[in-house]
Design a protein around this ligand. Structure first.
Ligand SMILES: *Cc1c(COP(=O)(O)O)cnc(C)c1O
Length: 368
């Protein structure tokens, strides 16, 4: 790179390592000359977009020439009604990714403040903190991937603005009961916000035992992040929301790019919230698939970590990378956890009954 501006790019930008998403279906089709490829790598909903939501998208496609309402008031109201909170506590974003970025930029002063999370954690927390020039501290999870609360608390000081927590956690599927989160939150210094990322909370059984919304209060320093990407099968449309104390919500609405949630995502999100047939179908596919995969993987001598999410982390009885590559050749994409620092572990998203069967059949072949 020889352009003269190269010397003036911010240090945090130069050293930035871009997020690495799972492999795409088209990539693997062309690499191995396959007709069918099954993707079980990114925790997407195996049922695809609900027919009800598809119809709403088609019906509203003619609206795409309009700007969405600034800050999506109707969608915020629908979400608030759905959760039983005030709509002043809801902010929508272009995926929860955008909200993570906004929280960091709203609260943490570069060069002074810090952000705390577990190791491993969802990489967006670290990446966006780094881009903002904010120190990022991590506490190792326990060996079984349960939460090491004391280690996490030790990293918090008076300059800690945010503690990020994913519950149920990614990539392990572990979930801590809400009572533990509440106790941890109550021990944080004032000025430190606990952000609970509940991307997978809909798959936890029973949900209320785990969700931070069970103790969330308007005047607490707790924020909860939710997404339409997993349960509601809208990962490609980009829609997430935060439940926040009203003061934080107010500032966040002011600094957010006004139209980051597009008009079709607004309509689709409202329809998805009411689509009970789809959410119960999804829940049933995920909970049954989770039991099935857990049992079958164990039969294949895999060490399976208990999961409350729509994916399962496991250690195969042979080299994990070999298992990953052999599945790829056969047209099944799963997620190696090498980039998280666990080269012996794999993560697989729960698929349809048929997809789960195919996965197990191939694994029998590969492992035997
Ligand atoms: C999938 C996922 C999300 C969702 O991100 P979106 O930007 O809403 O698609 C958030 N947090 C974690 C930990 C996830 O795994």
């Amino acid at each position: 790179m020889s352009h003269q501006l190269n010397n003036y790019i911010r240090e945090q930008v130069k050293s930035f390592k871009a997020y690495s998403p799972g492999l795409s279906i088209d990539e693997i089709k062309s690499r191995f000359g396959l007709g069918r490829v099954i993707k079980m790598a990114s925790n997407e909903n195996p049922l695809g977009v609900s027919p009800v939501v598809q119809q709403v998208l088609v019906q509203n496609s003619g609206l795409a020439f309009r700007y969405p309402g600034a800050n999506n008031p109707e969608l915020c109201r629908s979400i608030a009604d759905h959760l039983g909170v005030d709509s002043g506590n809801i902010v929508c974003g272009n995926g929860s990714d955008e909200l993570i970025d906004l929280l960091i930029r709203m609260l943490a002063v570069p060069g002074r403040d810090n952000i705390v999370a577990f190791d491993p954690c969802f990489s967006i927390y670290r990446l966006q903190a780094g881009l903002s020039g904010v120190e990022f501290r991590q506490a190792r999870l326990n060996h079984d991937f349960s939460f090491a609360w004391d280690m996490l608390r030790e990293l918090v000081d008076q300059n800690t603005r945010v503690v990020f927590l994913t519950n149920p956690d990614n990539p392990s599927g572990y979930a801590a009961p809400a009572s533990e989160l509440q106790k941890f939150a109550s021990g944080l210094p004032p000025g430190c916000c606990l952000v609970v990322d509940e991307a997978y909370i809909d798959f936890a059984e029973p949900r209320n035992r785990y969700s931070a919304l069970s103790f969330w209060q308007q005047d607490s320093s707790v924020a909860v992040l939710r997404t339409f990407s997993k349960m509601h099968a809208l990962a490609g449309l980009r829609l997430g929301y935060a439940i926040l104390p009203a003061v934080l919500a107010d500032y966040m609405r002011r600094i957010r790019l006004p139209f980051s949630v597009n008009i079709l995502a607004e309509k689709a999100g409202q329809a998805a919230l009411k689509d009970n047939a789809f959410t119960s179908a999804t829940l049933s596919v995920i909970t049954q698939g989770r039991k099935y995969l857990q049992k079958e993987l164990e039969k294949l001598d895999c060490r399976v970590y208990p999961s409350q999410a729509n994916f399962i982390m496991f250690e195969p009885p042979m080299e994990a990378d070999k298992v990953f590559q052999e599945l790829l050749k056969r047209g099944v994409i799963i997620r190696p956890l090498k980039s998280y620092g666990f080269s012996h572990l794999l993560r697989v998203s729960i698929g349809t009954e048929e997809e789960n069967n195919i996965l197990i059949e191939y694994l029998q072949d590969i492992i035997d």
